[in-house]
Design a binder for this molecule. Structure first.
Ligand code: LHQ
Length: 266
């Protein structure tokens, strides 16, 4: 049976590099149940890909992602209240946990505003390249909620508790430049250069030492919950494994021969 087409994301997997574009530009790519189901389907394929070398996530149009689609969650006029935990458990937790666990770098090309759970999605990515005009909005408190989708875990770890508190309590926009300053993003590029940055990233991931990247991701993620001794154990185990890879041999040869390495990802 042919798989259903994607309607709210664009998704491709080429040369081991997956690309996902959130694609509801008229609603700033806010999350719907359908979008979550499509993301889950793309992740099924990416997780099953033995030669996965990276994933790039971006948004269509002027926004990256405005969080949960509030029109989908709007309570009826009779003041109906809802159990928001169901949605978090069903959609947001698996999405964020799966991206974190993917054994390849996840790169966010943050093309525009990221608000609510959209901001948490950015922070869950391993590397963020932001367009100059992009901004973060911790919009949750404006509708009487708290940062979710991992927001209260990522924020203080990335920016410290003072900035995390201020941003979460008051929800004022944080510009791309400020985000760079705070350590929320890796690089900021002029808007007109974001598409070129995406191509450069795709090529870099496709030609990268994939197993080294996977080990770096695993170790850096583990560090925030680990002791120094525990981190030594992990580094030692991972380095031992990397020492047996083709890419390590190639890296050493290339160094000796004073040329650029040609990695195969094995
Ligand atoms: C939107 C949205 C949106 C629908 C803009 N939905 N249409 C998890 C579990 C369960 C429940 C609750 O929540 C969660 C997690 C969450 O994510 S909660 C937080 C949800 N997100 C927000 O509260 C953000 C709401 N949006 C905004 O604050 C602004 O739109 C931002 C700051 C993102 C962008 O502002 P502007 O650049 O000024 O754009 P805009 O406000 O004019 O938006 C453009 C259009 O997009 C507009 O529609 P319209 O028909 O007037 O052109 C908005 O209504 C629509 N839109 N966000 N989340």
């Amino acid at each position: 049976m042919k798989a259903a087409p994607y309607t709210q994301i664009l998704y491709t997997l080429e040369n081991g590099v997956g690309r996902i574009t959130l694609n509801r530009p008229e609603r700033l790519n806010s999350f719907t149940a359908v979008m979550h189901e499509e993301l889950a389907r793309a992740l099924d394929e990416l997780e099953a890909c033995a030669g996965l070398r990276g994933l790039i996530i971006t948004g269509a149009g002027r926004g990256f992602c405005a969080g949960q689609d509030l029109s989908e969650r709007r309570p009826a006029g009779n003041g109906e209240r809802r159990d928001l935990s169901l949605m978090l458990e069903k959609h947001y937790r698996p999405l964020i946990m799966r991206l974190r666990a993917l054994p390849a770098p996840v790169v966010c090309l943050m093309n525009g505003v990221a608000a609510g759970a959209g901001a948490s999605l950015v922070l869950a990515c391993d590397v963020v390249v932001a367009a100059e005009s992009a901004r973060f909005v911790q919009a949750f408190s404006k509708i009487g909620l708290l940062p979710d989708a991992g927001g209260t875990w990522f924020l203080p770890r990335l920016v410290g508790s003072a900035r995390a508190m201020g941003a979460a309590l008051f929800g004022e926009p944080v510009s791309a430049r400020e985000a760079l300053d705070w350590g929320l993003v890796w690089r900021v590029v002029p808007d007109a250069e974001l598409a070129a940055a995406a191509e450069e990233m795709a090529q870099r991931l496709a030609a990268g030492p994939t197993r080294s990247y996977a080990a770096i991701k695993q170790a850096l993620h583990a560090s925030s919950d680990n002791t120094l001794a525990g981190q030594f154990d992990l580094e030692t185990r991972l380095q031992r494994e990397l020492g047996y890879t083709d890419d390590y041999l190639e890296g050493m040869r290339a160094f000796a021969e004073k040329r650029a390495p040609v990695f195969k990802g094995t």
